[in-house]
Design a protein around this ligand. Structure first.
Ligand SMILES: *[C@@H]1O[C@H](CO)[C@@H](O)[C@H](O)[C@H]1NC(C)=O
Ligand SMILES: *[C@@H]1O[C@H](CO)[C@@H](O)[C@H](O)[C@H]1NC(C)=O
Ligand SMILES: *[C@@H]1O[C@H](CO)[C@@H](O)[C@H](O)[C@H]1NC(C)=O
Ligand SMILES: *[C@@H]1O[C@H](CO)[C@@H](O)[C@H](O)[C@H]1NC(C)=O
Ligand SMILES: *[C@@H]1O[C@H](CO)[C@@H](O)[C@H](O)[C@H]1NC(C)=O
Ligand SMILES: *[C@@H]1O[C@H](CO)[C@@H](O)[C@H](O)[C@H]1NC(C)=O
Ligand SMILES: *[C@@H]1O[C@H](CO)[C@@H](O)[C@H](O)[C@H]1NC(C)=O
Length: 635
C-alpha cells in the first residue's frame, strides 16, 4: 500500500497526454533451456491437438430452478449499473508472443496465413476490427536485423542467447512490420508492439522507428517493457530495482525517443504488463489457474478434472476481475481504455480437456461479458504454439503444412460470439442481470445498443444428458412490452466436455479441418412471444448458451463473412515455420519458471538452481504511461 501511494505521488504528477491502460494476466516467463523440459509428453504429443475429454461435473445440488423470469427494461436510462458504452473494435482481441508470429501470421509479408485472414475477417464482419498485440517475454531481447536467410521475417539467434533465461533472442527484419501492415490492409487489424527493455543504456528502438513508419495508424501503442517488476528476480537487473528505477528508465526512454528523429510519434507508449511484486495487495489474486506443474514441473500439481467445475459457473469471471473494479473506474474517469492485455483459461498453456472444451467457451463469454459490464474496454486472449491447450486457433506443425489445415479452439468461438454481442455500433452497454436469484449456474446479461434493449445473453452451465436441467427463461419487458417475436442464436455442444461446437448451426470444422470459414447453414431460431402476457420464453439446453435478439441488430444475420481469402494460392508454401519448436515450446507465454524463482532463489540471482518449487501466482498491475509523465492506475 505504501508503495502504491508512492507510485501515485510519483506518477500522477503529470497528465498523460495519450495513453492506454493495460494489464495482463498470464505470465510470460522462462528461465530454463527448453531441452530440460522437452521430454514432457505434452510437448511431443502436441498439446494443441490433445484429445482428452473430461467428465462433466455433476448436476449441482440443489439444481438451479429451470424456469425463471427475467424482467428487462427497454430503455438503458432505466437500468442501474449498466456499463459504459463500448468503444470501437472487438472487445476480445489476441495476444501473440513474438516467437510464434511466423507460425500464426505467416513466414513473411508475401506469405500471409490465409486461414488467419479468414478468422479475422469473421470477427471484423461482426465487430468492425480486431486488436492484436505482438510481444511478451520474447520482446525484451528482440533485435532488428537487416536480413534473415530464406525469406524469413523472424528467426532466433543463438548467438544472442539471453544468459538469464537462456532463451535464444528473436531476431526480425522490417518484414515483420510488413506482415502486420499487409494484414491490416486486408482486414481491419490494429497492433500493439513492445519495446525491448533488457538494455536501457543502449535502447534498441527499431521497433518504434520501423514499426511506426511501416504500420502508421495501424499501430496503436508500444508497450514499454514487459513485467518490469520481475526484472530483478529474473536477473534482468542487478542490485535493487524499484518502481522509481523503472520510472527513471521510462523517462530515459521518453527522452531518447524525443531525440530520435526516426520515431514519428512519441505519444504511444503503453504501460507494461506488470506483475504483483510492486503491489502487495495484488498478490491475492484470483486468476483462474495454472498448469505449470504438468508443463514444467513447477508448483502444485493440478488435475484438470478437478479444475473443471471452477470454470463452469458465473463466479469464475466475477472473482477474476473483482480487484480491478477501482481501476476500471479510474481509467474511465481519465478517459483511458482499460485493456486486459493477456489472458486465457490458465497459465502454463492451459489444461488438457478443459481449455479447448465447450465449457471453456462458455466461461470465456461469461468472463468477457463480466469484463465489459465492469468497464474493461478490451481483453486480449493469448495465442501460443503447438504445446498449449488454450489456443483460439492453431496453425499446423511445419511438416504437416501441406496436408493438414488449421485447428480451431473453443476460445475462438467465444471471441466470435462476443464480437456479435457487442457489434460495431460502439454504443453497446452491458448489465449483469443477476438472474434466477443470482444462481451461479444460470447467469444472464442484457445488452443495450443506442440506449435501447438489443440482446439478452443466457447461459446454462449445467451438464445434463436428460432434459431435466434444460432452462425455459421467461423474458419480460415491463412498460414497453415484448415484441411479437425474437430471434435466437445458440452456441451449442452436447456437453461442456466436448470440443465440437456450433454457433447458430455453423462450425469451423474439426481438428486440421479449418480454413477460417464457417461451414454449414446459418440457423437463426425464431421464437414467438406472448404479447398479451408480455413474455418470450427462451429454451436453453443443459449445457447451453443463447443470444436473444430484440428487433433488428446488424449482427443478427451474419454467418460466414462475405469477405474470404482463398486458400489455394498459398497453402503449399505458407506454413513454413522457421522459429524452431523448442522456442515455441517455452517462449509463447505459458512457462512460469520465473514464478517459481521468486519463491525459491534469492533475488537477482539465477544460479542455475532448477529445483524450482514454490510457484507464486501473481497478476500484472495495470497502468498506463505517456510521454511527459506516467499515469498509473492502482487498485
Ligand atoms: C467505432 O469506433 C471506431 C474507433 O474506435 C471507429 O473507427 C468506428 O468508425 C466507430 N463506429 C461507429 C459506428 O461509430
Ligand atoms: C517469402 O518467402 C518466400 C519463400 O521462401 C520467398 O520466395 C519470398 O521472396 C519471401 N518474401 C519476402 C517478402 O521476403
Ligand atoms: C506486402 O508487403 C510487401 C513488402 O514485402 C509489399 O511489397 C506489398 O505491396 C504488400 N502487400 C500489400 C497487400 O500490402
Ligand atoms: C540485450 O539483448 C540484446 C539482444 O539479445 C543483446 O545484444 C544485449 O547484449 C543485451 N543487453 C544486456 C545489457 O543484456
Ligand atoms: C461502469 O461505468 C458506468 C458508467 O460510468 C458506471 O455507472 C458503472 O457503475 C460502472 N461499472 C462498474 C462495475 O464499475
Ligand atoms: C514431423 O516432425 C516431428 C518432430 O520433428 C516428427 O516427429 C514427425 O515424424 C514428423 N512427421 C512427418 C510426417 O514428417
Ligand atoms: C460431437 O462429438 C461427440 C464425440 O466425438 C459426438 O458423439 C457427437 O455426436 C458430436 N456432436 C455433434 C453435434 O457433432
Amino acid at each position: 500500500m505504501i508503495l502504491a501511494a508512492l507510485w501515485e505521488l510519483l506518477c500522477l504528477v503529470t497528465v498523460a497526454k495519450a495513453s492506454i491502460t493495460v494489464h495482463g494476466q498470464i505470465p510470460i516467463r522462462q528461465t530454463q533451456a527448453p531441452t530440460a523440459t522437452a521430454q514432457d509428453t505434452s510437448f511431443t504429443a502436441l498439446a494443441a491437438y490433445n484429445d482428452r475429454v473430461l467428465r462433466p461435473p455433476p448436476i449441482p445440488s440443489p439444481p438451479p430452478a429451470n424456469m425463471f423470469t427475467v424482467q428487462l427494461q427497454r430503455e438503458a436510462a432505466n437500468v442501474q449499473g449498466l456499463s459504459m458504452a463500448h468503444v470501437g473494435g472487438a472487445f476480445f482481441g489476441f495476444s501473440l508472443e513474438m516467437s510464434v508470429v511466423n507460425q500464426v501470421l505467416g513466414k513473411n509479408s508475401s506469405l500471409i496465413q490465409v486461414p488467419f485472414l479468414n478468422l479475422m475477417a469473421n470477427l471484423q464482419e461482426r465487430a468492425g476490427g480486431v486488436l492484436i498485440r505482438m510481444g511478451g517475454n520474447t520482446q525484451e531481447h528482440a533485435t532488428h536485423v537487416d536480413f534473415i536467410d530464406h525469406g524469413n521475417a523472424i528467426s532466433k539467434a543463438q548467438a544472442l542467447l539471453d544468459q538469464t533465461t537462456r532463451t535464444p533472442a528473436v531476431i526480425y527484419t522490417d518484414d515483420l512490420f510488413y506482415i502486420a501492415a499487409n494484414i491490416s490492409s486486408l482486414v481491419n487489424v490494429k497492433w500493439f508492439l513492445g519495446i525491448p527493455f533488457n538494455d536501457t543504456a543502449n535502447w534498441r528502438l527499431a521497433i518504434a522507428e520501423r514499426g511506426q513508419t511501416i504500420l502508421g495508424d495501424n499501430l496503436l501503442g508500444l508497450q514499454a517493457g514487459n513485467e518490469p517488476d520481475l526484472y530483478l528476480n529474473n536477473g534482468h537487473r542487478q542490485g535493487t530495482y524499484t518502481p522509481y528505477d523503472y520510472h527513471n528508465e521510462v523517462r530515459n526512454l521518453i527522452a531518447t525517443m524525443d531525440d530520435n528523429p526516426n520515431i514519428p510519434n512519441n505519444y504511444m507508449l503503453v504501460g507494461p504488463s506488470i506483475e504483483g511484486l510492486w503491489q502487495p495487495q495484488m498478490l491475492n489474486n484470483n486468476y483462474p489457474s495454472n498448469n505449470c506443474f504438468a508443463q514444467f514441473g513447477v508448483g502444485a500439481a493440478r488435475d484438470p478434472q478437478e479444475e473443471f467445475p471452477n470454470y463452469l459457473n458465473h463466479n469464475a469471471g466475477i472473482n477474476l476481475i473483482a480487484e480491478y473494479l477501482d481501476s476500471t473506474r479510474v481509467a474511465q474517469q481519465a478517459g483511458k481504455p482499460f485493456i486486459m492485455f493477456e489472458t486465457n483459461t490458465a497459465s502454463c498453456g492451459g489444461f488438457p480437456g478443459l481449455s479447448d472444451s465447450y465449457g471453456a467457451a462458455l466461461w470465456a463469454i461469461d468472463y468477457g461479458l463480466q469484463m465489459a459490464y465492469s468497464n474493461f474496454t478490451h481483453a486480449l486472449l493469448h495465442v501460443g504454439g503447438l504445446n498449449v491447450y488454450y489456443n483460439p486457433f492453431t496453425a499446423p506443425p511445419t511438416n504437416q503444412s501441406t496436408y493438414n489445415e488449421w485447428t480451431i479452439g473453443a476460445i475462438y468461438y467465444s471471441t466470435l460470439v462476443m464480437a456479435e454481442i457487442l457489434g460495431k455500433s460502439n454504443t453497446s452497454q452491458v448489465v449483469d442481470l443477476a438472474s434466477n436469484y443470482g444462481n451461479i449456474f444460470t447467469p444472464a446479461y442484457a445488452i443495450y445498443e443506442h440506449g435501447t434493449l438489443s440482446k439478452v445473453a443466457l447461459f446454462n452451465y449445467v451438464d445434463d444428458s436428460t432434459p431435466a436441467s434444460n432452462l425455459l427463461v421467461s423474458l419480460s419487458v415491463p412498460g414497453g412490452g415484448v415484441p411479437a417475436s425474437v430471434k435466437v442464436k445458440y452456441l451449442a455442444a452436447d456437453s461442456v466436455s466436448l470440443k465440437n461446437i456450433t454457433w447458430a448451426g455453423q462450425t469451423f470444422g474439426g481438428k486440421y479441418e479449418v480454413d477460417g470459414r464457417l461451414k454449414g447453414d446459418l440457423n437463426i431460431v425464431n421464437i414467438n412471444c406472448d404479447m398479451g402476457r408480455n413474455v418470450c420464453q427462451i429454451p436453453v439446453a443443459a449445457p447451453g448458451f443463447a443470444l436473444v435478439f430484440f428487433g433488428d441488430s446488424e449482427t443478427l444475420n451474419i454467418g460466414q463473412s462475405p469477405v474470404t481469402f482463398a486458400t489455394t494460392a498459398y497453402t503449399k508454401t505458407m506454413n513454413t515455420v522457421t522459429v524452431d519448436q523448442d522456442i515455441l515450446a517455452t517462449s509463447n507465454g505459458h512457462s512460469e519458471k520465473d514464478r517459481s524463482q521468486m519463491g525459491s532463489t534469492s533475488k537477482g540471482s539465477n544460479s542455475g538452481a532448477q529445483g524450482l518449487n514454490t510457484f507464486v501466482p501473481v497478476i500484472f498491475v495495470l497502468f498506463s504511461i505517456a510521454i511527459g509523465g506516467v499515469m498509473v492506475f492502482l487498485s
